[in-house]
Write a protein that binds this ligand. Structure first.
Ligand code: A3P
Length: 319
């Protein structure tokens, strides 16, 4: 790991000295604090790390990419909103999810708040409890997030489905009118950890370990559990956030509002953008557990299993 100061100015000065790589032979990325980022995101991430003041009633969602972030954002938003109708940018309409994508209401802090490239969101104007998201690894979170009473909900996903979801996502962004990027190379890239917000395995394990030490602070959930027991898990998230459901009807309503089929078919998600140039529709695909079986060869499967056995099995994760 680079031993560079993480003050935003120092980071900016030392940007050229950070290790560099090409992601999928198309995008320059650089390594900061042991993880890989787009160079333009390193300074915003460093500003987040050094400037952000967490409040005790904040809820911070966290994830690496393609693990169910959009779903968790939508569900958490509905949970928060049921008690605070004026939360964040929402209006008192029945369902704000029909107006904007979950990424609009639950901004990813480093890329949507501290980045100059995306619309500025004022974090501090609201007195209501804030619901925010980050893709940053646990070790890079601001001290105020780690040390205040704010809560963190982390969503993880099976690495094989994550890699397939990434492959579809980045092909749709980079590969218009082109052949898809070879899947075997995408798997190599994932296993080497040299990809956006990678390495995946370390990202998951850091949050897992912390959630074991501080279960009241960090709730670690798995996409697969959310699929197999949605009512149970959404109720658990709501209780963890201090906003338990009054009855089963409320849980059913939230699950329906946030279902993949519904969100995917809303006009705002079919044709809208939240952070240009990523269309909202690229966040919604199949949402199936085990879709990797339709794509990975036995060799690719074994390649991912091998690294999972080393990195995840010792923690009882994703065997
Ligand atoms: P697939 O590509 O396997 O379909 P992220 O939000 O972290 O980018 O993750 C995207 C993955 O979550 C995609 O998986 C997407 O289809 C799935 N997803 C998005 N919204 C969902 C929802 N409401 N319910 C279930 N899965 C959802």
């Amino acid at each position: 790991m680079q031993n560079l100061s993480s003050s935003p100015n120092d980071v900016e000065k030392s940007l050229n000295d950070l290790p560099k790589a090409r992601f999928w032979e198309i995008l320059d990325i650089c390594q900061w604090e042991g993880f890989w980022f787009e160079p333009g995101l390193v300074k915003p991430a460093a500003i987040f790390k050094s400037n952000f003041q967490a409040r005790d009633d904040d809820v911070i969602l966290a994830s690496t990419i393609k693990t169910g972030t959009t779903w968790l954002k939508a569900l958490s938003l509905c949970i928060m909103e049921k008690d605070h109708k004026t939360f964040a940018n929402s209006h008192n309409h029945d369902d704000i999810l029909t107006k904007e994508s979950p990424h609009y209401y639950v901004p990813t802090i480093e890329s949507m708040i501290y980045s100059t490239k995306t619309p500025h969101v004022d974090l501090y104007y609201t007195s209501a409890p804030r619901l925010l998201h980050t893709h940053l690894p646990y070790a890079v979170l601001p001290d105020s997030v780690r040390n205040s009473a704010c809560k963190i909900v982390y969503i993880a996903r099976n690495p094989k489905d994550t890699v397939i979801s990434m492959w579809h996502f980045f092909n749709s962004l980079f590969g218009r009118n082109q052949e898809p990027f070879p899947l075997d190379k995408a798997v190599d890239c994932f296993c080497s950890g040299v990809h956006l917000y990678g390495p995946f395995f370390e990202h998951v394990v850091e949050y897992w370990q912390e959630s074991q030490k501080r279960p009241k602070k960090i709730l670690f959930i798995k996409y697969e559990e959310l699929k197999s027991d949605p009512k149970g898990l959404v109720s658990k998230i709501a209780e963890f956030m201090g906003r338990p459901f009054a009855d089963e009807g409320e849980v059913d309503d939230v699950l329906w509002r946030c279902s993949l089929e519904r969100l995917k078919n809303l006009e705002v998600n079919k044709n809208g953008f939240t952070v240009f140039p990523v269309p909202n529709k690229s966040y919604f695909r199949k949402g199936e557990v085990g879709d990797w079986k339709n794509y990975l060869t036995p060799q690719m499967e074994e390649q991912i299993n091998k690294i999972s056995r080393i990195k995840l099995e010792p923690f009882g994760l994703f065997l």
